[in-house]
Design a protein around this ligand. Sequence first.
Ligand SMILES: Cc1ncc(COP(=O)(O)O)c(C=O)c1O
Length: 380
Amino acid sequence: MPGFEYLGKEELKELNNLFKRDKACLFAHGFEKFRKRFHVREFEDQCAKKMKTKFALAVTSGTSAIKIGLKALGVKPGDEVITQGFNFIATVEAIIDTGAKPIMCNVDQSLNMCPHDLKKLISKKTKAIIPVHMLGVTCKMDEIKQIAKKNKIKILEDNCESMGGKYKKKLLGTLGEIGVVSYDFGKTITCGEGGMIFTNDKKLDKYVRDYHDHGHELNPKFPRGEDTVKIVGFNYRMTEMQAIVGKEQLKKLNKIIRENKKRYKKLEKKIKNVASFREEPKKGEQIYDTLILFMKNKKKRNEIVNFLKKKGFGTKNLPDAIKWHCASFWKHALPRNQIKRIKKTKNLLESSIAIPIWLRKSVTDYNKLGEQLHDIITAK
Ligand SMILES: Cc1ncc(COP(=O)(O)O)c(C=O)c1O
């Protein structure tokens, strides 16, 4: 599951080094006399290398990454931005924060953006589409990209939940104009809080870089105090401490996915003949941190959820935090017509159970869980 289960001595050693060797310089810029290294910049370079993008910018959170990305794409008050009904509130908040209007698209059996519904939502005001790769699984990116291209609309991929996942061998978060990930405490890898913005477009990178740091251009001709500025920005800078932890976590990403997969496959094998699962889009490679099954029978669903709770597995968002992940519940943020149009999404999510893959639990634990769930599902 998340990287926090693999937080340990490696991160601690490097944090200690930061205080001893690098004179506790916690700021991403300047102070050259005191330090030899710039950890935020190193983390960015390593993430860009990992994701095979030209640019990566570290910021304070996945939420700020989405907002900054939307601003870079030119989203402004009066525009519409389409995103999906199975999501996290952050995406809708980021759209609202730019002054634009969130338009909610239904999900399909993959529990990600439904391309057929997306087509119906395009209008003259649509400025961007945010497909969200929820809980480890890719959106149907070919179909979504085709619609975007035909209508000359930009894509910002919200890949906060699925770093390391792929579509057609390409890493999620690198398929649109901009992609973002989150490093908050529940994510695949974590540095407590944090996010990263990926792009291959030099102009977009320049905008997000300036914007996240009060407009600073980091003009090499001037010291920071006399730096040049062209745009009004804000402060969404990551600290050196976060970057140190992030760099160590990044080294563990492949192992986390590998270990997830072993547990996931054991569980899946035991119940695959008796349960129906979320659809996995063709040519996708997921990160195996959650197994989602559909269970329409309410009594049976409750039984499974209670069993998972009792055995210390719990559920991941569905149903325990459905109110934060199903847009039908966001009456404080969305107009009634948007809430009403994603009824199908609500029905699908309400009949789903998301089983988390914990790394602190063993492969044998998941094998046993599979056997027990098999019995519960098949019992009369
Ligand atoms: C789909 C999605 N988008 C955005 C975010 C926001 O990320 P952060 O918590 O880093 O702000 C999250 C975090 O839960 C998320 O799951």
